[in-house]
Write a protein that binds this ligand. Structure first.
Ligand code: BTN
Length: 276
C-alpha cells in the first residue's frame, strides 16, 4: 500500500467525505468531472482526484498549473439541501480554507489564510480553492475544488517567486498524497458541515486568527490591472464572510465579495509580498 497512491484513498479514509471516490491519471479539471458526476447523481461527500490536469483552473478564470504527481488536485461534491438565505453559501470557500488549514500536518511556519481562498506559508501560496455551484430550483449543488502543492521543492517560471509546498516546510518531506488527502477530508468535514448548518458564524473563530489579510493594508480590484485597484486597510469580515476595507484616502469602508485582494507592497519601492 502506497501512501502516495490516490487510487488507494479508500484505505486511508476515516470519515464520511471521500466516498465514493473516482481517481483519474489525467483530467482536464477535477472540477469539470465532479460537475459532470454531480449531474449524473454523485452523492454528498463524493470526491474526484487526478494525478494531473490539462486545464486546471483557478479563481477568476486563471489557469492552475497541474503537472503530474507532485500535487493534490481534488474536487468534493456537496449537496447541502436548501440554503436560507441563499447568499450564505458565498462564504463556503472560507470554511473550506479552515478545514484544509486544520487538516495539514504541522509545518515549519504557520499556514495562513489569505482572504478569501488562498492557503499560504511564509508569504507564498501553498494551495487554492475554487467553489463552483449550480442551482436546481431553490437547491444548490456544489463542487469544492482544491489544489495543494505537496512534493515539489522547486518551482519554475512565474511560480518560482510565489509558490511553496508541504515538502518545503516539513522535515522528512510531505506525507503521501492519499494519506494527506484523507486527513484533509476529515478536517474539511469538521469545518464544512458546521458551516452548512450555521453559516460563517460557525467557523468564524477558526478563520479569523489565521487570516493574514485582516488588519493589513491591501489592494482591491483586478490583479491583472493593478492600476485600477483601491488601497485600504482590511478591517473586518461581516456575517456573510465579506471583507470590509477602509480606504486609504478617507471615506467610508466598502464591502468586498469577490474581487482580487492582495497585500499592498510598502509605499516605498520594495519586495512584492503577495504570493498568489
Ligand atoms: C485559486 O487559487 O485560484 C484556486 C485554485 C483551485 C485549483 C483546484 S485543483 C483541483 C480543482 N480543479 C480545478 O480545475 N481547479 C481546482
Amino acid at each position: 500500500m502506497s501512501a502516495d497512491d490516490l487510487r488507494e484513498l479508500s484505505t486511508w479514509l476515516r470519515g464520511g467525505y471521500g466516498r465514493p471516490h473516482e481517481h483519474h491519471a489525467a483530467l482536464s479539471s477535477t472540477n469539470d468531472r465532479a460537475l459532470e458526476w454531480l449531474r449524473e447523481g454523485a452523492p454528498h461527500g463524493a470526491v474526484v482526484t487526478a494525478d494531473a490536469q490539462t486545464a486546471g483552473r483557478g479563481r477568476r478564470g486563471r489557469a492552475w498549473f497541474s503537472p503530474p504527481g507532485q500535487s493534490l488536485y481534488a474536487s468534493l461534491v456537496l449537496r447541502p439541501g436548501p440554503v436560507e438565505p441563499p447568499g450564505r453559501l458565498g462564504a463556503l470557500g472560507l470554511a473550506v480554507g479552515v478545514g484544509l488549514r486544520e487538516g495539514l500536518p504541522s509545518l515549519s511556519a504557520p499556514v495562513q489564510l489569505k482572504w478569501p481562498n488562498d492557503l499560504r506559508v511564509a508569504g507564498r501560496k501553498l494551495g487554492g480553492i475554487l467553489c463552483e455551484s449550480r442551482w436546481v430550483g431553490e437547491v444548490p449543488e456544489v463542487v469544492v475544488g482544491f489544489g495543494i502543492n505537496v512534493h515539489a521543492r522547486e518551482f519554475t517560471g512565474p511560480l518560482a517567486a510565489v509558490a511553496t509546498s508541504v515538502a518545503r516546510h516539513r522535515e522528512g518531506g510531505a506525507p503521501g498524497r492519499a494519506e494527506l488527502l484523507a486527513a484533509l477530508l476529515v478536517a474539511l468535514e469538521g469545518a464544512v458541515e458546521p458551516f452548512l448548518r450555521g453559516g460563517f458564524a460557525a467557523v468564524r473563530e477558526r478563520y479569523v486568527p489565521w487570516c493574514e489579510t485582516l488588519g493589513r493594508e491591501a489592494l482591491v480590484g483586478d490583479q491583472a490591472a493593478p492600476e485600477g485597484a483601491r488601497r485600504g486597510v482590511a478591517e473586518r469580515l461581516d456575517e456573510d464572510g465579506a471583507l470590509w476595507v477602509r480606504p486609504a484616502d478617507g471615506g467610508p469602508a466598502f464591502r468586498v465579495e469577490s474581487s482580487d485582494v492582495w497585500l499592498a507592497p510598502p509605499s516605498e519601492p520594495g519586495p512584492r509580498e503577495d504570493g498568489g
